[in-house]
Each structure stands twice: as structure tokens, then as C-alpha cells.
Design a protein around this ligand. Structure first.
Ligand code: BMA
Length: 362
């Protein structure tokens, strides 16, 4: 038996290096694709949770469902180029994420979308590892400190990282995806936010996450995205920037808020914020040789039926972003939607947007 152990090691190492090559190639291809869009002046369109549910429907039996429905496809005849999913809940070993989407469905839908030539991105709204609350529990400013090396919660937190990493790894070595953990981190609405940890602690958290995925789990096919909220100053963005060695893609999240304002005022506010942010992000991207994106956007409820052609498109058309992703169409909260669906009165404007030469759908 002893004689076979070296042989076994050789075989295992060979398999590993084969997987590494496949992961590296898959990541390189995704990076080229992202940079290619910007070079060609194209922008890929993405939608969160697109294949799991829509405004008026929900996949219930995912194992037997072909997962072919999409609000975007219902409206324009094409799938979005990019589909986003959230991993919140994976850290506890839950069956379904914080919005009730089974992780089995997410895996199946992600692989299906990659197979049809689409791209996949994961966000993560994990629980609060110190208080047991959710991502929005900002009752303590000790959370990040507690999970970094030396902190009381560090060991437990590495289990959380391991579970998230294992899920992504389960997609296989050819499945390169975009992962953007610890997002909207200049604002202070998540436990990893601006007033909840120091800039150094934030950067350490990002470094720990990537190092754990790569060194402990051997994952190399992730495009790592840094995506603070766009209503920050460039200095704030850079103060928490984890570093060129840790980030592959630079993003910002920026929404249009109506509140008590008129549609014109809301639009003016959004254009100012989004264009301002994309302007300095484009400069930062070229200085750091990184692709850029509008990682989350939308106008909740789309009360402006011309939002796509009059707000979103003007906001993005002059910037070299690889993609724009609008947030989810909740099936269980009628007003919480960010994209049209079949039967929605304002759907025509989205169709027009999707047919623009610059916009990429599948
Ligand atoms: C938020 C809202 C929540 C949701 C969370 C994670 O922006 O859509 O309802 O739980 O994202 O998807």
C-alpha cells in the first residue's frame, strides 16, 4: 500500500493543477468579456434573482422546473446577460437564502445561465456574527473587529466563509462568477459599514475573505468586485479600497429615490449621483486597470414609466461600464420591484432600452 501513496499524491496533484488551470482560464475569459464590453462601448444588462421568481410568480418545485421563466424575457424576449443571486443564509447552512430562494435552485439556475452564455454575480447579506441579527443590525460597532484574527468570533466566522466558499466551488472549475461581498460599505446600514468599523478593519475583512476562499478552499475562478454605495466621495471609496491585489472589478451601487419628490427632481438627483460616481470610477478604473460596473441600481416601483430611457440610459451611456444590474422583482411585496414584468404598464420603455445597440441582453 505504502508504494501507492506517492502515486496517489501525484494523481491528486495533477487533478488539482488541472482544476487550477480550468479555474484560471474561466476567470480570465470572464475578465476579458467584462473588459471587452467596455472597449466596444457596450453595457451588459443584469437583473437580480431573475430566474427564481418574478413580480407575479415563483418557482416552487425547482428540481423539476426548467427554470426558463424570467420577467425580463417575458417583456423583451431575451434573458438578461447577467443574473444576480444572494448568498445570505448560506453561512448558517440554511437550505434557502434570506429571501426564501433555495440554494439548490440558485446553483441550478446559475449553471443554466452560464451554459446559455450568460454571466452570474453573487451578493451576500449574511447574518450579524456577533449579535445574531441580520445584515442590517448595526447595534454594535465591534462586529468586524470580533471576526478578524484574534477576535472572539473569528473561528466561527471562518466556518461561515467556508460555507459560502463551498457553495461557489460547487459550481465547478469552469464556472467563473462575480462575487461582491461587503458591499455599500461607505454608508452605515450594514454591520460592515463606514461607521461600524475602521477603514483598516474593513480592508482586513475583504482580505480575509479572499484569502480564505483562495488558500483554504482553492477557489481561483472568482472575479472579486468592490462595490460601495455610489453616494460617497472618491476619497471615501478609496480609503476602504482593499487593494489592487484583492479586487478585480470596481463597482458602485446607486439608486433613484422618489420619496416625496417629483419624478423630475428624483431623476435629477439620480443623474447627479450616478454620473458623478461613474465619472470618477471611470478614471479610477483606468488608473488601476480594472473594469468598472454599476453593480446595483433601480427605481423601486418604477412609477416613472420612462425610467429606462430617460434616467438609466442617460446616466450610463457615456461611461465605460461593463454591466448594470437592476435589483429584484419581489413576488411577495407588490411594490418592491425594479424591472418590468408581463402586464406592467410601463414595460414598453424597458423594451426600448433593451433594444438599444449599446445594451446587451442574451
Ligand atoms: C434588499 C431588499 C430586501 C432583500 C435584500 C437581499 O435590498 O430587496 O428585501 O432581502 O435586498 O436580497
Amino acid at each position: 500500500m505504502k508504494r501507492f501513496i506517492p502515486l496517489l499524491l501525484v494523481i491528486l496533484t495533477a487533478c488539482n493543477s488541472g482544476d487550477n488551470k480550468r479555474m484560471d482560464a474561466a476567470k480570465e475569459q470572464l475578465m476579458q468579456r467584462l473588459m471587452g464590453y467596455a472597449e466596444k462601448g457596450q453595457i451588459a444588462y443584469g437583473h437580480q434573482d431573475d430566474l427564481a421568481y418574478g413580480h407575479s410568480w415563483l418557482v416552487t418545485d425547482w428540481e423539476n422546473d426548467p427554470l426558463e421563466r424570467s420577467d425580463i424575457k417575458d417583456v423583451c424576449g431575451h434573458y438578461p446577460a447577467l443574473v444576480g443571486f444572494d448568498l445570505g443564509g448560506i453561512e448558517l447552512g440554511d437550505e434557502a437564502n434570506l429571501d426564501g430562494v433555495p440554494f439548490g435552485l440558485i446553483r441550478k439556475a446559475a449553471l443554466l445561465h452560464l451554459e446559455r452564455g450568460g454571466m452570474v454575480t453573487f451578493s451576500w447579506h449574511p447574518r450579524n456574527p456577533l449579535t445574531g441579527g441580520d445584515s442590517w443590525d448595526i447595534s454594535s460597532d465591534q462586529v468586524v473587529k470580533s471576526i478578524l484574527p484574534g477576535g472572539d468570533k473569528h473561528d466561527e466566522f471562518t466556518l461561515w466563509l467556508g460555507r459560502a466558499a463551498d457553495f461557489i466551488r460547487s459550481l465547478g472549475p469552469d464556472a467563473a462568477v462575480i462575487f461582491r461581498p461587503w458591499h455599500e460599505n461607505v454608508g452605515s446600514w450594514f454591520w460592515w459599514g463606514g461607521r461600524l468599523c475602521t477603514a483598516a478593519q474593513y480592508r482586513d475583512l475583504f482580505r480575509l475573505t479572499r484569502a480564505y476562499f483562495e488558500k483554504e478552499r482553492g477557489i481561483r475562478n472568482i472575479v472579486w468586485c468592490y462595490s460601495p454605495n455610489g453616494n460617497c466621495r472618491p476619497e471615501e471609496y478609496m480609503e476602504r479600497y482593499p487593494g489592487d491585489d484583492l479586487v478585480d472589478l470596481l463597482g458602485v451601487d446607486s439608486y433613484e429615490y422618489l420619496g416625496n419628490r417629483s419624478i423630475e427632481e428624483a431623476r435629477e438627483g439620480f443623474l447627479a449621483e450616478a454620473m458623478g460616481a461613474l465619472g470618477w470610477l471611470a478614471t479610477t478604473g483606468s488608473e488601476h486597470r480594472k473594469p468598472i460596473c454599476l453593480s446595483e441600481t433601480g427605481m423601486e416601483g418604477l412609477s416613472d414609466y420612462t425610467w429606462w430611457t430617460q434616467s438609466l440610459y442617460p446616466a450610463i451611456k457615456d461611461y465605460p461600464i461593463s454591466y448594470v444590474l437592476t435589483w429584484r422583482n419581489a413576488h411577495d411585496k407588490p411594490g418592491h420591484f425594479f424591472a418590468p414584468w408581463e402586464g406592467f404598464e410601463g414595460a414598453a420603455d424597458f423594451k426600448e432600452f433593451s433594444e438599444l445597440e449599446q445594451i446587451v441582453v442574451l
